[in-house]
Write a protein that binds this ligand. Structure first.
Ligand code: F6P
Length: 533
């Protein structure tokens, strides 16, 4: 399979992407997919019909369909942790039983969601806490998957935010808590301590700091805890009626659909939250039912595989032309890089090809004025993924949205076509530049073009659409992981740093560097401690 794909890459390298358009009048239609209001255009990549067919076969041979069925059925596909992978159950609004370890898990998921909705409604209508001030602000304390999902979604759905204002504290850096709490009134602030394990150093430290700020243990009446280790929430002093649990088959970075999304539910209300779930569930249905070659998450994954594993492009830029998706790249960094940044296959063998691109990005148009220079003229190719809403939420500012769309389309066009030296010379000559100056300047104005990009167009960033987009990316990660042959659902790579940090805390209290610390770390510690005296 890979030899065939490598051969197809070699022939792709001998022609330009624009030549594919010249040879095929309907390439834009053939290499795009429309489903449920979304349009995914991958025609501006170097994938031709043969490459597409080979990539689809690759997915087939990797048993994507069978593994997808196993995931949705609750089989323990997270083999290194002996767990099912069932975040899809959190957005499963149907009644068909989903049995894991002999038990239908859906009634419990539904009951928890209803308890969350009851509390969210009470906060939003002012009947909670009942005594004292009405809740105007919510502080979510969590990190990684217990922060990035709700933070990204609350920001994305700001136009639907008719509840309390949500704030997020994640970093152990005291600056985060200090700056976030500044100006908030503890008596009108609800605090959510969100941690799957309820053992994360940063979150527990921030929770203690915020509890002290809120007035000590009495303030716990405005605290909510979210975890799959509910016994630990009780130890922290948060009573069971405000503890929302979830099972260990929900990975942290896949958890925004359930209790971890409580801040989002508070912000937009239970009804809009359900619409977010419906969007995710609709994407699940499409992912399960559509043939591989017409399957959005599968195609997105195959484009990723082609760009990285076949063509060797090490990074992937996510470029939402939607300011409210400003945290989507950060969210996807965790989703994709914590899931697929691995070097070992499920059977323990080393991977032959590098898995998991570096994911990065910023919203357009801001990125254009920062790093697009490298994307257009740098020597490394950066496959770009544009996201764009056909409509915005500011009809009174239609001019802005028209400019936004124009910029997005212009960027993918520029990446595709580039500018030849002859074109650059003609432009300069028109401006009256000639002679040696012309020779010198023209070279700097050449754009190679022929750079791959995809564009996802959605109607408008509603809760439903956000649900579709997030579920689409989750399934993309799954498909890529299956093709890499890895377990996308563990994250052992984050452990070593945590262990070493625990060992270094006493050193920061002047108790000496841990045994075996490198000379560099010992010297850095000495220097830092010396500066603090
Ligand atoms: O350190 C990585 C990680 O375990 C992530 O996978 C997770 O989302 C994050 O830490 C936070 O973990 P928790 O929700 O258990 O506090």
């Amino acid at each position: 399979m890979w030899t065939e794909l490598d051969g197809l890459r070699d022939s792709a390298e001998t022609r330009r992407i624009s030549a594919l358009f010249e040879a095929d009048d309907v390439r834009a239609q053939d290499f795009s997919l429309k489903i449920d209001g979304l349009l995914f255009d991958y025609s501006k990549t170097s994938i031709d019909a043969d490459a597409k067919a080979a990539l689809v076969r690759l997915a087939d041979v990797a048993s994507v369909a069978a593994k997808r069925a196993a995931m949705f059925a609750g089989e323990k596909i997270n083999e290194t942790e002996d767990r099912a992978v069932l975040h899809t159950a959190l957005r499963n609004l149907g009644d068909t039983p989903l049995v894991v370890d002999g038990q239908d898990v859906l009634p419990e998921v539904k009951a928890t969601r209803e308890r969350m909705a009851d509390l969210a409604r009470a906060v939003r209508d002012g009947s909670f806490p009942g005594n004292g001030k009405r809740i105007t602000d919510v502080v979510n304390i969590g990190i990684g998957g217990s922060d990035l999902g709700p933070l990204m979604a609350v920001m994305a759905l700001e136009p639907y935010g008719d509840g309390p204002k949500c704030h997020f504290i994640s970093n152990v850096d005291g600056a985060d808590a200090t700056d976030t709490l500044a100006g908030l009134d503890p008596e009108s602030t609800m605090v959510i301590v969100a941690s799957k394990t309820f053992g994360t150093q940063e979150t527990l430290m921030n929770a203690r700091t915020v509890m002290a700020w809120a007035g000590g243990p009495d303030a716990l009446e405005r605290f909510v805890a979210i975890s799959s280790a509910v016994d630990r929430c009780a130890l922290f002093g948060i009573p069971a009626e405000r503890v929302f649990g979830f099972e260990d088959w929900v990975g942290g970075r896949y958890s925004v659909w359930g209790p971890i999304g409580f801040s989002l539910m508070l912000a937009i209300g239970p009804k809009a939250f359900e619409s977010f779930l419906e969007g995710g569930q609709a994407m699940d249905r499409h992912f399960c039912d559509a043939p591989l070659e017409e399957n959005l998450p599968v195609l997105l994954a195959l484009v990723g595989i082609w760009n990285q594993q076949v063509c060797g492009h090490a990074t992937r830029a996510v470029l939402p032309y939607e300011q409210r998706l400003a945290r989507l790249p950060a969210y996807l960094q965790q989703l994709e890089m914590e899931s697929n940044g691995k070097g070992v296959a499920l059977d323990g063998s080393s991977l032959e090809r590098v898995a998991g691109p570096v994911v990065w990005g910023e919203p357009g148009t801001n990125g254009q004025h920062a790093f697009y220079q490298l994307i257009h003229q740098g020597q490394q190719v950066v496959p770009c993924e544009f996201l764009l809403g056909a409509e915005g939420h500011e009809p009174a500012l239609g001019e802005h949205h028209r400019a936004l769309v124009a910029n997005c389309l212009a960027q993918s066009e520029a990446l595709l076509k580039g500018r030849t030296e002859a074109e650059a010379r003609a432009q300069l000559e028109e401006k009256g530049v000639s002679g040696a100056k012309l020779d010198q300047l023209a070279k700097h104005r050449v754009f190679s073009g022929n750079r791959p990009s995809t564009t996802l167009v959605y109607p408008r960033l509603t809760p439903y659409v956000l649900g579709q987009i997030v579920a689409m990316y989750e399934h993309r990660v799954f498909v890529e992981g299956v093709i890499y042959g890895i377990n996308s659902y563990d994250q052992w790579g984050v452990e070593l740093g945590k262990e070493l940090a625990n060992g270094l805390v006493p050193a920061m209290e002047g108790k000496g560097a841990p045994e075996g610390a490198s000379a560099s770390t010992v010297a850095l510690l000495d220097h830092i401690l010396g500066m603090r005296d």
